[in-house]
Design a binder for this molecule. Structure first.
Ligand SMILES: Cc1cc2nc3c(=O)[nH]c(=O)nc-3n(C[C@H](O)[C@H](O)[C@H](O)COP(=O)(O)OP(=O)(O)OC[C@H]3O[C@@H](n4cnc5c(N)ncnc54)[C@H](O)[C@@H]3O)c2cc1C
Length: 441
């Protein structure tokens, strides 16, 4: 058993939350930190893989123009020149047709809705942007609120299929605050012409993760990959012991989990109270299956297509090369097909060969010019803890950040409220957590 000791703070999880904690604690708080990651790479859900020498996210990623916390971090790291900002080209697939939905004018032309429905949709967006944060929103369902603001037709044709696609059979219990905050934040990413602008990091999100990793090391921090935390024990008032699956031991005075609450509960169940374990285990998550296609031909000029057809196995089609053109040099188009679901979902469990067959058939139906010959290659990624489920009155069940007074903490995607998870909020919420729990020297 090898022992590494003498750390002020150990952080579990090398996604953007863990990276930011290790970076800030080592830089601004002058702590001796160690970051422990079970995989042999950093970045967590925003990590990448290499294909033909180009790094690309396993799960599609971009930022909004108002994502100030992460954009400030990029600025601090002197990487502003790597930001690519463009108008997004978004649309919807409904009743066997594709519709552009990138600007207010597109809304007015959106044929699946009656004229009155289109007006309600436009007014609904405006109303949502004027609503101030209101605690009543937290306790009512998204369904109830959306019907009130947009009317039944818009709810049935737009919101219901999207919510069902994103949250499966949990969707009727989703809090109104989740969808309201999404609408407000997305509205804030629009330019004067009403078009949404998005941002990507040139070279991929793992380039940013690598830069943060370098900075942590420059600040004297340590990073251990392939450290699959298996057990936590408190051996004395001064020492938390963290063991991995091979029994390597790390000793630190304090510990911060950034893992999904259920994982954190499992790891420290021997030393934290029953009630804290219960509140960590209370949080529901959705998984994600993400099929990445490398195609010889483009599907369409849309970057982002929402799918409102329940027959289609995915809720979104993201043609990455319609935003970032790197793969065009290889004559390839990159398309993500995204399905949020529970981990007992048939598609989540399906063999890759079967899932790709189903995916290609569905695409053929949607894009008549598409055929199997256009497929150059594919890869499928699955992640169990992809999206915390913000149920009604979620504010009452947000997991505690302190698990053992002054010793063990956790700050994960499930602590982000009322915003939805995302790398920007991973940075913002971990920064807020540090301000609350630590003092700068
Ligand atoms: C399909 C999809 C699309 C998304 N799109 C966007 C987007 O466009 N823009 C955006 O900003 N965000 C997006 N996100 C969300 C974003 O990826 C997450 O919010 C963010 O990466 C969360 O970072 P995190 O560090 O909190 O958690 P994670 O990234 O989940 O990191 C947790 C880390 O803990 C590690 N770990 C787990 N168990 C252990 C253990 N026992 N021991 C050690 N380490 C362990 C994991 O390997 C992982 O690296 C998307 C997510 C998904 C799934």
């Amino acid at each position: 058993m090898s022992i590494k000791t003498n750390f002020d703070v150990a952080i579990i999880g090398g996604g953007f939350s863990g990276l930011n904690l290790a970076y800030r604690l080592s830089k601004d708080y002058k702590k001796k930190v160690i970051l422990l990651e079970k995989e042999n790479f950093l970045g967590g859900l925003a990590s990448t893989f290499s294909y033909k020498g180009i790094e690309i996210e396993k799960f599609y990623h971009h930022w909004f123009t108002g994502d100030n916390a992460i954009l400030n971090l990029v600025h601090e790291l002197d990487l502003d020149h790597r930001l690519i900002s463009k108008p997004s080209n978004t649309g919807t697939y409904y009743a066997n047709s594709l519709f552009r939905l990138s600007s207010p004018l597109d809304l007015l032309r959106y044929k699946p809705l009656s004229f009155l429905g289109r007006i309600r949709l436009g007014i609904g967006y405006i109303l949502a942007s004027f609503i101030k944060e209101d605690s009543r929103l937290a306790s009512i369902s998204a369904k109830e609120w959306l019907i009130k603001v947009f009317g039944m037709e818009v709810y049935k044709k737009i919101w219901q299929p999207l919510l069902r696609g994103k949250f499966g059979n949990l969707y009727e219990d989703l809090s109104a605050i989740w969808i309201w905050k999404k609408l407000v934040l997305r509205g804030g990413s629009r330019a004067k012409d009403g078009r949404e602008h998005l941002i990507y990091f040139d070279g991929s999100f793992s380039e940013l993760a690598n830069k943060i990793e370098q900075q942590i090391e420059i600040n004297g921090g340590k990073i251990l990959k392939n450290f699959n935390t298996a057990k936590i024990l408190q051996t004395s008032d001064e020492a938390i012991n963290i063991f991995d699956k091979t029994d390597i031991k790390i000793e630190a005075k304090q510990l911060i989990f950034t893992t999904a609450p259920k994982i954190s509960a499992q790891l420290c169940k021997e030393i934290i109270s029953e009630s804290k374990i219960k509140s960590l285990n209370r949080i529901k998550y959705l998984g994600n299956v993400c099929t990445v296609l490398f195609l010889k031909k483009s599907l369409s000029d849309f970057y982002w297509l929402n799918i409102t057809d329940p027959e289609f196995p995915y809720v979104g089609i993201i043609e990455h090369t319609n935003f970032d053109s790197k793969f065009l040099e290889k004559n390839l188009r990159v398309v993500y097909l995204s399905r949020y679901c529970q981990t007992n979902d048939e598609y989540y469990l399906m063999q890759d060969s079967q899932l790709i067959d189903i995916s290609l058939k569905a695409l053929k139906k949607m894009f008549p010019q598409f055929n199997e010959e256009h497929l150059h290659d594919f890869t499928i990624w699955r992640s169990e803890y992809s999206q915390p489920f913000m149920e009604k009155s979620f504010e009452k069940i947000i997991p505690p950040t302190t698990l053992l007074e002054n010793k063990i903490f956790q700050i994960s995607m499930a602590n982000i409220y009322p915003e939805d998870r995302g790398t920007n909020f991973a940075i913002q919420y971990t920064n807020n957590f540090l301000t609350k729990h630590y003092e700068k020297p």
